[in-house]
Every structure is written in structure tokens, then in C-alpha cells.
Design a protein around this ligand. Structure first.
Ligand code: G3I
Ligand code: 9MR
Length: 592
């Protein structure tokens, strides 16, 4: 829909609301109601839906009612009735809520949850393919963030745009100068994905992102072999997921200095660009300082990519070998430079992705190199005994080592400690599962999870639960992971389904320059917004724009506005676990 039609959109929305209210008003006499659309008193449910065999729950605001029902869309006749749980308080939102559990209802169709005295929930589907479109869209979002290429209408539809950032004349920044490449040397490092709502490219964040997508493929190859994303490479003999990943691997390879194996931390303009389209953001770009964390992220990703693409040597001749050599050279550089932590030079004001704790990066890179080469020296370098397991994020990657070791456990050399692998993976899943059981929302989110990008924490929590499930098949882990997907798709304290274009109430004003400046009302679809967190680091910018957060409660501190880069930006490292989780649950459930 084009911008001038905002008014029309408002009319359509109010008509839809009216219809919703009418359907409640005309409900049977046993369904008295004072309908409300206020998020704090509305029923929260996954706005996409569930596989028939999945656990299915809705969160109901505290009410005197003790029963709920399911109403098929377009009818007024309940097909299911269940008892609400006792009310309890969710500390992260301060709400008292009850749970409507209808896991045993398996009939496919479209439904709403109804509770006397409340407005019906948003509609949702019960069906075998419920997450296919979502998963395709979450992956297609990466195509929409491709750097150095025009997006054609046949692939991008209304979001077609000219090429931005050729990145073929990038300058070596003073901080990155070396004997072979003095300050001001011109390099070419095109392609890759824009990091987020900004236009820069950061190796550290690219690391976890690219790995997570590679893992999605490694774990579910048959599922991804069938998907067609309608990207320029669709129809070739490579799964679209691997074609998309290659777009970024090509860029990452160009970020390594062939003279010493070191890897530049980022490719960036000196400051964030304004609210313009990619091709209008034309500031000089630089490669900035080599660092240990960049080298190790690079080594881990290239080692994993080498084994994944070794099956596609005909399509990408020599790539698997090149990637492994690049990984080993970066590893060597990190051995020689083990503590070069990154901090922005004074004249560089873009994302820092600084991380002073590198034991996890060493462990992860060593694990990927070990899995790919089988070499004992890499196994020893994992320091497995000391490497605990933790839910991953861009600064904390030890969990990725355990995830890879567990997936490849049957092919490892005899030195791998198999019981330690199982213990680490199951131990973390168990912790999250216990959180799930005691949470009033039945969502395993801890207080410390509500940070910048909290929705990605939810997805990474789910990804680690899924590793537990893949290891030992305990259903509770899959159910807890399902609850986290439900959380980002609507069963949360804001009432939003956080993925653009997917759900009944979705973000319209994400902090994404390409969505903001394209003259189209609807943001580019398939992006998960950062999500609620009480930090509110963007408050000054938002006050300037005349808006404020609705709440200080961590789970409600979300501002659906352009100004809110701390709660409403999008980012590749947040979308990648959404891809992993939506694809995994789809693949695991579709043949039930
Ligand atoms: O490490 C401290 C921790 O010790 C402390 O307890 C906690 C309390 O809030 O804060 C932690 O630091 C946080 C840091 O991330 C590490 O997680 C900061 O508060 C928080 O502001 C910081 O947020 C990062 C943000 O950039 C600002 O630097 C996000 O993780 C990161 O995802 C985000 O990334 C940006 C890029 O810089 C630029 N591109 C867009 C991208 C997404 O917004
Ligand atoms: O747009 C930037 C976003 O990508 C970053 O995550 C964020 C935090 O580093 O910063 C955003 O840029 C803002 C800048 O930091 C402060 N002035 C307003 C900018 C957004 O309009």
C-alpha cells in the first residue's frame, strides 16, 4: 500500500475492529462481553498458529471467568471448551494472567480464543504448514538486506530498489594500516548483508548470523532443499538457503588480509547515515582495525562453511578448500594476537560490537575447526572441560561450539568427550525448561533476557532448547521452544506479533532505513523487531520525536516507532535464530 493511503488503512482497520466487536456483541447469551482492544486486557496468542500436534496456549488477563472456548473463524459456535489455570503474576510485565491450554485440540482450521467478558483473541491457524511462509519470509529478509546489488521487481516486488554500496573502493582506515596495506589503500569488499537498520557490515555480528543459518541447513537439509525463496539464484542446483549464505561468505572472505590472515573488524562509514535508501547513502567507507574476535568469528564460520559447501564443489569450485585455508590462517593470526579487543577509534561512531571476553570465541573457533578437520590440536584448544554452555548472542558464542559438537557427535574422533557434550546441551535445555514450567506466561524468559534485542534472546533460548530435544527427544524441550515462538508471534505483554507482515498486529515503523525511506507504508516483511527491554537507550531521540515508551516494565518497554532503535530495530543476528527456530519447528512437526 502506498503512503497516501494511510487514511484508507485507518478506515479498513476500524471496520475490522467493528466487525470483531459485533461478533462478540452478537455472541450467544452465555457469552456476555465488554470487548476491549487494550493490549493489557487482551487475550494473547500466537497470531500465526500451531501444528496440530504442538502444545497450544493463550495468555488471558486476570478475569473472574474460569473457562475459555475456541470459536472457528466465521462462526459463533464453540468447538472446544477448557478450564483456565489459576491466576499468577508474571514479574517481567507485572500482569496477573491465566493460561488457556488447548494442546489436545488438534483439528485443523482457523480459530479465536474466547473468554466471557473479554474481546476474542486474534485469529490463528491450526495446520501442518503453519510456519512455512514465516520461515521463507524470515530468510528472504536477508535477500532484502543484500549489499552491492539491485533488487529486481521479479524478486523484490514492490520493494525493488537500486543497488547500494558497491564497496569496491573501500579505504583502509588508519587503525587498520599495515606495511602491505598502508592507510588509505583502496580495497574491494562488496556484497554481504547490511547489519540491521543501518548500512554497515560487522564481522563479529556476521559470524553468529552466518553460523546460525549454516546450522539451520546442516540440521534440516531435506527441509531447506525444498524451499524456493524466489531469489536471483532460485532454480539452480543449490538450496536457496545456501545461495543466500554465499552472498555473505563472499564478503567475509574479502575482509581477511591475505598478507597475515588477520580480519578487519568492520566495513563502515564514519557515522550512521541519515534516513535514506541504500543508493543514497554514499559516504566513504573504511575497513577498520583487525581484532581477535573478528579473526575467531571468521575462523569458526569459514570452518563450518567449508564442510557445508564441500557437497557443492561443482557449483562453487574450490570454495570448501579456500574457506578452510582462510579459517586456519585467521586462527593462526588469533594465536599470535590473542587479546586485540576492539574499540571504536575516535573518528568512527558506528556500531562497536566490542567484546573483551574471548575464551568463548577461542572455544567456538576451535570446535568448528576440530569438527571439520578432525585434528587433535583443535580438540585440545576447545578446552572443553572449562567451556560451559550458555545461550548464544553476538558477544557470547560458547553455546555454538556445543551445538555443533552435539550435531556432529557421531562423526567425532575418539578424543571427544561424548558424555560432556550431552551433559552441556541437556543441562542448558533443562534450565530453560524449568523456567518455562514456572513462568506465569509459560515462556522461558528470565529477567536478564530483556536486553537490546530481547526477541532474539527468546529465539536463541528456543534454539538451545531445540538442541536438547534433538539430543534426547524430550518433548518438554520442544514444547518450551514452541512457547518462545508463540511469544514473539503474539503471546507477549505488548500484544504484537513482532515479525513484520506476519500476524494481525505487527510493527509498522521498524528502525530499518530501507523500510523507512522507500515510500511504502508496510515495512519490508519477515523482519523480527528487537523487542522490549527497559534500557530505553534511545529515549532522548524519542523525546525529540515527541513519543515515549508505554511502560518501564521490561516485558512492556517496547516503542513501535522509528526513533526506537533500542526496541524496534531489526538485525541479521536477530533474524537468523528466527529462521532456525521457525524452520526447525516446521520441519520437526510437519510429519507428525
Ligand atoms: O555488557 C553489559 C552488561 O555487563 C550489563 O549488565 C548490561 C546491562 O544493560 O549491559 C551490557 O551491555 C550491553 C551490550 O549491548 C552488551 O550486551 C549494553 O547495555 C547495550 O546497550 C548493548 O547493546 C548493543 C547495541 O548495539 C548498542 O551498542 C546490542 O547488543 C547490539 O545488538 C546493537 O547492535 C547494533 C549495532 O551496534 C549497529 N547496527 C545495529 C545493531 C542492532 O541495534
Ligand atoms: O540507526 C542507528 C542504529 O542502527 C544503531 O543500532 C543505533 C545504536 O548505535 O544508532 C542508530 O543511530 C542513531 C544514533 O545512534 C543517535 N542519533 C540517532 C540515530 C538514528 O536516527
Amino acid at each position: 500500500m502506498l503512503k497516501p493511503s494511510r487514511g484508507l488503512l485507518a478506515i479498513v482497520v476500524s471496520a475490522a475492529l467493528l466487525t470483531a466487536c459485533q461478533s462478540v456483541d452478537t455472541a450467544s447469551a452465555t457469552q456476555p462481553s465488554t470487548p476491549s482492544v487494550d493490549a493489557s486486557v487482551s487475550i494473547k496468542v500466537n497470531q500465526i498458529g500451531f501444528a496440530p500436534t504442538a502444545s497450544k496456549m493463550a495468555v488471558v488477563p486476570s478475569t473472574d471467568a474460569d473457562r475459555f472456548s475456541l470459536i472457528p473463524e466465521g462462526t459463533n459456535t464453540p468447538v472446544y471448551s477448557g478450564r483456565l489455570s489459576a491466576s499468577s503474576q508474571w514479574e517481567h510485565s507485572g500482569e496477573n494472567v491465566k493460561i488457556a491450554d488447548f494442546s489436545d485440540f488438534v483439528r485443523t482450521g482457523e480459530y479465536r480464543v474466547r473468554v466471557p467478558g473479554l474481546a476474542d483473541s486474534h485469529p490463528f491457524t491450526i495446520g501442518t504448514d503453519v510456519y512455512q511462509e514465516l520461515n521463507d519470509a524470515a530468510l528472504k529478509a536477508f535477500y532484502f538486506n543484500r549489499v552491492s546489488t539491485e533488487l529486481l521487481p521479479e524478486h523484490a516486488g514492490i520493494y525493488a530498489r537500486p543497488a547500494g554500496h558497491p564497496d569496491d573502493k573501500v579505504k583502509v582506515h588508519e587503525s587498520a594500516a599495515s606495511r602491505h596495506r598502508p592507510e588509505g589503500t583502496i580495497l574491494s569488499a562488496p556484497k554481504g548483508w547490511y547489519d540491521a537498520g543501518d548500512y554497515n557490515k560487522y564481522i563479529v555480528n556476521s559470524g553468529i548470523t552466518t553460523y546460525t543459518l549454516l546450522a539451520a541447513y546442516e540440521h534440516f537439509p531435506e527441509y531447506y532443499a525444498e524451499r524456493d525463496l524466489n531469489i536471483p539464484e532460485s532454480g539452480d542446483s543449490v538450496p536457496d538457503l545456501l545461495d543466500e549464505i554465499m552472498w555473505n561468505l563472499d564478503w567475509m572472505l574479502a575482509m581477511q588480509d591475505p598478507n597475515d590472515g588477520g580480519v578487519y573488524h568492520k566495513l563502515t562509514a564514519k557515522r550512521f547515515e541519515g534516513r535514506v535508501m541504500p543508493h543514497e547513502a554514499v559516504s566513504q567507507r573504511y575497513v577498520v582495525q583487525k581484532g581477535t574476535s573478528a579473526a575467531l568469528n571468521f575462523a569458526a564460520v569459514m570452518a563450518a562453511a567449508s564442510r557445508v559447501y564441500s557437497g557443492y564443489d561443482e557449483q562453487f569450485p574450490g570454495f570448501a578448500t579456500q574457506a578452510l585455508e582462510a579459517a586456519e590462517a585467521a586462527w593462526q593470526w588469533a594465536q599470535a594476537n590473542p587479546d586485540v579487543t576492539y574499540r571504536n577509534p575516535d573518528d568512527i561512531l558506528t556500531g562497536q560490537y566490542g567484546d573483551p571476553h574471548l575464551a568463548d570465541e577461542f572455544g567456538w573457533a576451535a570446535a568448528e575447526l576440530y569438527i571439520t578437520t578432525g585434528q587433535q590440536r583443535y580438540y585440545d584448544a576447545i578446552m572443553a572441560e572449562e567451556l560451559t554452555n550458555q545461550v548464544p548472542n553476538w558477544a557470547q558464542v560458547r553455546g555454538l561450539a556445543w551445538m555443533s559438537l552435539a550435531h556432529h557427535r557421531d562423526q567425532l574422533t575418539a578424543s571427544a568427550d561424548q558424555s560432556l557434550i550431552a551433559e552441556r546441551v541437556d543441562g542448558l535445555a533443562r534450565e530453560l525448561y524449568e523456567e518455562w514450567q514456572k513462568s506465569a506466561y509459560r515462556v522461558p524468559m528470565r529477567g536478564t533476557d530483556f536486553v537490546w534485542g530481547s526477541n532474539a534472546v527468546a529465539m536463541n533460548n528456543a534454539m538451545m532448547l531445540l538442541q536438547g530435544y534433538r539430543l534426547n527427544g524430550f518433548d518438554g524441550y520442544l514444547e518450551a521452544a514452541q512457547s518462545l515462538l508463540d511469544y514473539v508471534l503474539g503471546r507477549n505483554a505488548t500484544g504484537y506479533s513482532f515479525v513484520t507482515g506476519h500476524g494481525s498486529k505487527t510493527p509498522m515503523n521498524v528502525h530499518h532505513r530501507a523500510s523507512d525511506s522507500d515510500g511504502i507504508d508496510e515495512p519490508i516483511p519477515g523482519w523480527i523487531a528487537g523487542g522490549p527491554q527497559a534500557g530505553q537507550q534511545d529515549l532522548d531521540d524519542c523525546v525529540e520525536d515527541g513519543v515515549s515508551y508505554p511502560s518501564h516494565k521490561p516485558a512492556k518497554s517496547y516503542l513501535e516507532h522509528w526513533c526506537s532503535y533500542a526496541s524496534n530495530e531489526v538485525a541479521i543476528n536477530w533474524n537468523a535464530p528466527l529462521v532456525y527456530v521457525s524452520g526447525a519447528i516446521q520441519a520437526l512437526r510437519q510429519n507428525d
